[in-house]
Ligand binder design. Structure first.
Ligand code: ARG
Length: 408
């Protein structure tokens, strides 16, 4: 039992209609003694079928069900992550970016519905518990995590659901723990927990085995934000949806990796993220064209820090604001067009152009004698003489020292 409850105590539960959150409903009522559970599903672009399932499950459990549309807010955060070229150990952070938005939306429903507590169905092993609670702590609501607090296993949950006749999904979605939103789809559990097992093809839903003819996609960016695809403007949600569809058909954006979770656990993760891969690839290609060497080098450190905070679910940290101040300055020139080629499961940049290109064809060309601005090739002779000068001095000193020579 957690804090004592009264007759009218209501709890808002992060509700997906999946196994964990379904099992939480009777536990919150019977074991925790809450008077009413309000299920909240936040729309961050998960497949439509998930809402129908959540609705049906909520009806079967006889709980009030709210759906909050946070797609625009989520898409905006995904595009912020593109400016930071954000991936964590190779994963484009879909689950991580969504959690703070979902948590805030549930907190707002809880406030409007006079709830006393907030609940999630996360285990005590994963990252999501930390991401939810970073938003929920200090809000005045109680925080309840039945799966973690009771140490529930999926096996126990499946048996409990069967005994109680609770509606839970079968098939691929029931077999694995799947988390899908606009930015990525993650597949965990069952035999995938053995890193030595090659995943069966049916774990993938967004990406096909590559087989179709290669395809080019042209993306236009304005100040680091993608605004048009093949010359047509789209809002962020639609843009990512189109790219998921088109790049997914080429098998682009599959990741099978070992991931270091926040608590220190190392886990095997499978992801699909075709749209994210295309946007991250194209954006970075444009930065290569318009940013200077030192901007790129320092930005890669800033990017990594941004991605790390995002992985922790802490995009609201003041540190992230400071990182974004640097990112914003760099993005002022990230305006231009990139063409990527989708081919055989891969996505690579094949053309790029920008009015801000630092690249100069005249300077770099094999066909031009000089490099412009009154600088000729012969001017490099002095630079070439000096290049490595200090290393040569040092190597001579080492030889001298090894030979027992005069230290002076
Ligand atoms: N490991 C990833 C993360 O922490 C994704 C977890 C997704 N959850 C799931 N039940 N499939 O961001």
């Amino acid at each position: 039992m957690t804090a004592s409850t009264t007759e009218t105590d209501r709890v808002a539960l992060a509700f997906s209609g999946g196994l964990d959150t379904t099992v939480c409903v009777p536990l919150l009522e019977e074991e925790y003694g809450y008077d009413e559970v309000i299920g909240v599903t936040v729309d961050v672009g998960q497949p439509d079928v998930e809402f129908a399932e959540a609705r049906e499950t909520a009806d079967a459990l006889d709980v009030q069900h709210h759906v909050v549309d946070a797609r625009e807010e989520f898409a905006a955060l995904c595009l912020r992550s593109v400016q930071a070229n954000a991936t964590y150990q190779g994963y484009p952070l879909g689950t991580a970016l969504a959690r703070p938005i979902i948590a805030a939306a549930i907190r707002d429903v809880a406030a409007a519905e006079d709830c006393v507590a907030l609940a999630h169905g996360c285990t005590g092993k994963g990252n999501d518990q930390l991401r939810f609670e970073a938003v929920w702590r200090d809000t005045g609501f109680g925080v309840v995590a039945p799966v973690r607090e009771r140490g529930l296993t999926r096996e126990w949950e499946n048996e409990f659901a069967a005994e109680r006749g609770l509606p839970v999904e079968g098939g691929v979605e029931g077999r694995y723990s799947v988390d899908a939103n606009l930015w990525s789809r993650s597949i965990e559990g069952s035999e995938l927990e053995d890193p030595g097992t090659v995943p069966a093809d049916d774990i993938y839903e967004w990406t096909a085995n590559p087989g179709c003819e290669p395809e080019l996609i042209e993306l236009r960016f304005v100040e680091g934000r993608p605004v048009a695809l093949d010359g047509e403007q789209h809002d962020p949600v639609t843009l990512v949806e189109i790219l998921n569809e088109r790049a997914g058909a080429h098998g682009v954006g599959r990741t099978d990796m070992m991931e270091d979770r926040m608590l220190g656990l190392k886990v095997r993760e499978n992801y699909e993220h075709p749209g994210a891969t295309v946007l991250l690839t194209a954006h970075e290609a444009l930065e290569q064209l318009v940013l200077t060497h030192e901007e790129r080098a320092f930005k890669s450190q800033v990017d990594q820090q941004w991605a790390h905070k995002a992985y922790q679910g802490l995009v609201d940290a003041p540190f992230v604001d400071a990182l974004e101040a640097f990112l914003a300055t760099t993005q002022e020139r990230v305006t231009g067009t990139v063409t990527v080629k989708l081919e055989g499961g891969g996505c690579r940049p094949v053309a790029r152009e920008s009015a801000y290109a630092v690249y100069s064809e005249r300077a770099a060309s094999f066909d031009e004698a000089d490099v412009g601005s009154d600088i000729t090739q012969a001017d490099a002779t002095g630079v070439a003489k000096y290049h490595g000068f200090q290393s040569r001095l040092a190597n001579r000193a080492i030889e001298r020292g090894d030979a027992g020579g005069d230290p002076g």
